[in-house]
Ligand binder design. Structure first.
Ligand SMILES: [Zn+2]
Length: 229
């Protein structure tokens, strides 16, 4: 019976770890151990106007996991990544002073393009936000997720732009569809310069929402922030 269940799990989840390729039904124990031990550090170069906390640097197992989750929709990574994201969110709240503790905590995912969601079959950022909120809620921190942000227009490809050009490119690209009460934290999988997060924070604040910060899975910085890759 056990063998049958393992075979069923392997068929459903894939017989290889989505992160390292080892034989496993879903994420292997070694990768889970790495992904379940976040550093949750403040990202000083992410200029979003509010604290940005990343669960980990975009490297090694973490980078593979983000790519597998985002690009290949590897759902076996959802819980371990959401758990580490919840730690980053808790760090954002710890970094905030008085006045950012209004309850509940509302995790607002960065919006994904409809075409991308159709291709992948799911909105991975929204899924992470939803799961992280339920984990926080389960440990006694009232939290929920809300898909509040929407694109107002297409933006040109950001690669090759300086941080100033990115900001101009993104200005007004997002809007908040409604106002939600509570302490808002913007959620994304990856931060580079912070320009996209800054636009999200602007759009939410423009609707009168109180944004405590941003919680992201990974922080990447390959070049000088004025000349991002
Ligand atoms: Zn693995």
């Amino acid at each position: 019976m056990r063998a049958l269940l393992d075979a069923a799990a392997a068929w459903f989840l894939g017989a290889a770890c989505p992160t390292c390729g080892a034989d496993a039904a879903g994420a292997c124990a070694a990768c889970r151990a790495v992904l379940g031990a976040p550093e949750a550090f403040r990202v000083p170069w992410a200029a979003a106007g509010v604290p940005v906390v990343a669960a980990h640097a975009y490297e090694g197992v973490w980078a593979s996991a983000v790519v597998a989750f985002k690009e290949r929709g590897s759902r076996s990574l959802t819980d371990v990544l959401a758990g580490s994201l919840a730690c980053a969110v808790a760090e954002v709240l710890a970094a905030g002073g008085d006045g950012v503790q209004a309850q509940p905590v509302v995790l607002v995912p960065m919006p994904s393009r409809a075409t991308v969601v159709r291709e992948r079959g799911l909105d991975t950022t929204a899924l992470l936000a939803r799961r992280a909120a339920s984990l926080l809620d389960a440990v006694g921190l009232p939290a929920r997720s809300a898909r509040v942000l929407a694109h107002t227009r297409r933006v040109t490809d950001q690669s090759g732009l300086t941080i100033g050009e990115r900001r101009r490119n993104l200005r007004g690209a997002l809007r908040a569809r409604r106002q939600v009460p509570g302490t808002v934290i913007v959620i994304d999988d990856l931060v580079t310069t912070g320009a996209s997060l800054a636009e999200a924070v602007r759009a939410l604040q423009a609707e009168g929402m109180r944004v405590a910060g941003c919680g992201v899975l990974c922080a990447a910085l390959r070049r000088h922030p004025e000349h991002p890759g």
